[in-house]
Design a protein around this ligand. Structure first.
Ligand SMILES: Cc1cc2nc3c(=O)[nH]c(=O)nc-3n(C[C@H](O)[C@H](O)[C@H](O)COP(=O)(O)O)c2cc1C
Length: 461
């Protein structure tokens, strides 16, 4: 019997800024990346992604600016490398109101605010979107962010994850344990909105957080938003295996991605979860057009226009290493830093079959960041994506963009129909919340996920 064709999933990977992962491209006259300040830009994009049956628009975010390169923010500011950057959260109600099925992943750091406030904001988004919100849990890796928020320095790398574990425990208590399922009665006849006996104060005294209070929000469709995570260090992988329902992997080579996927599946099993209980998405860039010639010509123009200073600012910020101190032909070697450890690992130790000079890595990062780039006509690109799925065991792609809004329009108009023709892409959304759509396992966290253990008992059985 022929094996069933694996279904490819797409999320669009964006940030609320001009330059995300393709510095220099905003300068082209036909590009509209500078439109990010206009609500219509986001609404039109969300509608296009929904037309292409994307699972979600995934919004990255950072706190601080990239000031590691050249020991200052000048290169980042000149090239708009993830600065200026607005808050992603207010975009979601705008886009949710204009769509019915598209999910919204949003990156919010646990580093700078108490869990209570963050939990309330995400619950509000889950209500306003009808259960279509995912939270990308990040611990923040920029010294500039720590200093801007009044901290003397960034916390140590692994401690950031220890603290994040406790942060999530508090969030689970608020989301899952404070309000019982039957607490909201909304009974006009009796005038009772909520039954006080079914709403519980959360008490938490931990190493990093303490709290004594009732959660302010009534439960949303998913309660805990769908949980995304993207840390790839040893400690980050353990954190992902404990909490994440979807994991975002950034690896530049096929061998590197295969190794990352294997490490994550092993870590899930070690954490007592099924190895396939989390969906793994690879960071990727697709440049597709009607013909291979057109796609290749556009790729050549992108390379011509790429800003290598912008790429140096990004890569230095991600790795915590000031690349202005290196010569272009120096080979990148892995060292532990306080910034993101997996970013440097992906250009050094992740794939033993590949070494990278600074120049190689910067040229690579300049179009699509840490993700591979695939260029071609719809048939070629579909072949490539299916091969990556087979070879590496990923479940789908978080697609970065080069030109806005063109990159996503081309995927929707050229690539999605080809994948659908092959039976490798859905032709309609599944019903329900984002968790239902992606995991098919109900709207709420399910055991053995650690968060499900904090659920208040259901008195109605
Ligand atoms: C594909 C990918 C996307 C990421 N997006 C963000 C982001 O938007 N904001 C952020 O603060 N960190 C982001 N990160 C960084 C991770 O969340 C993590 O903080 C960083 O990789 C350091 O952890 P590690 O040393 O475990 O890799 C991303 C990482 C990857 C691999």
């Amino acid at each position: 019997m022929p094996r069933p064709v694996r279904q490819i999933r797409f999320n669009a990977f964006m940030m609320n800024c001009v330059v995300h992962l393709a510095p220099g491209q905003w300068t082209a006259p036909e590009d509209n990346s500078v439109g990010y300040l206009d609500p219509d830009y986001w609404v039109a994009l969300a509608r296009k992604l929904e037309e292409g049956l994307f699972d979600s628009l995934f919004l990255g975010d950072i706190t601080g600016v990239y000031d590691v390169f050249g020991d200052g923010p000048d290169a980042a500011l000149r090239t708009a490398a993830q600065v200026p950057m607005n808050d992603p959260v207010p975009l979601i109600p705008l886009m949710a109101h204009a769509t019915r099925h598209l999910g919204f992943g949003v990156t919010v750091s646990v580093a700078y605010e108490p869990p209570y406030l963050l939990a309330r904001r995400l619950t509000t988004l889950d209500h306003l979107s009808g259960g279509r919100v995912a939270w990308n849990v990040v611990t923040s890796y920029l010294e500039s962010g720590a200093r801007s928020l009044g901290q003397r320095e960034l916390r140590a790398h692994d401690e950031r994850y220890d603290r994040a574990d406790e942060y999530l425990e508090v969030c689970y208590k608020l989301w899952e344990g404070s309000w019982e399922d039957g607490a909201v009665q909304r009974d006009r006849a009796s005038g009772v909105y909520a039954d006080p006996a079914r709403v519980h104060a959360v008490r938490h005294e931990g190493r990093y957080f303490s709290l004594d209070g009732i959660f302010q929000c009534e439960p949303s469709a998913q309660r805990t938003p769908l949980l995304f995570q993207a840390g790839g260090s040893a400690r980050g992988t353990r954190f992902a295996a404990r909490h994440a329902e979807c994991i975002f992997v950034g690896a530049p080579t096929r061998n590197g991605l295969r190794r990352s996927v294997q490490a994550l599946r092993d870590a899930l099993a070690e954490a007592g979860r099924a190895p396939d209980s989390a969906l793994l998405f690879a960071m990727f860039t697709v440049i597709v057009d009607e013909t291979a010639e057109k796609a290749q010509a556009r790729y050549a123009a992108y390379r011509e226009r790429a800003s290598y200073d912008g790429a140096l600012a990004l890569l230095s910020g991600w790795t915590g290493i000031d690349l202005s101190r290196y010569a272009p032909d120096d080979t990148l070697e892995y060292v532990d830093t306080k910034a993101g450890q997996s970013a440097l690992a992906s250009f050094s130790k992740l794939d033993p079959q590949r070494t990278w000079t600074v120049r190689d890595a910067v040229e690579f990062v300049a179009i699509g960041g840490r993700g591979p780039v695939v260029v071609g006509d719809p048939v070629q690109v579909a072949d490539e994506l299916q091969a990556w799925m087979e070879d590496t065991g990923i479940d789908g792609f978080n697609l970065a963009w080069v030109e806005s809004p063109r990159t996503f329009h081309d995927v929707v108009d050229f690539l999605v129909p080809e994948l659908q023709r092959r039976g490798a892409y859905k032709t309609a959304y599944a019903p329900g919340t984002l968790r239902d759509k992606l995991l098919g396992n109900g709207p709420r966290l399910q055991p053995p996920h650690v968060g499900a253990g904090f659920r208040a008992p259901d008195r109605d059985g």
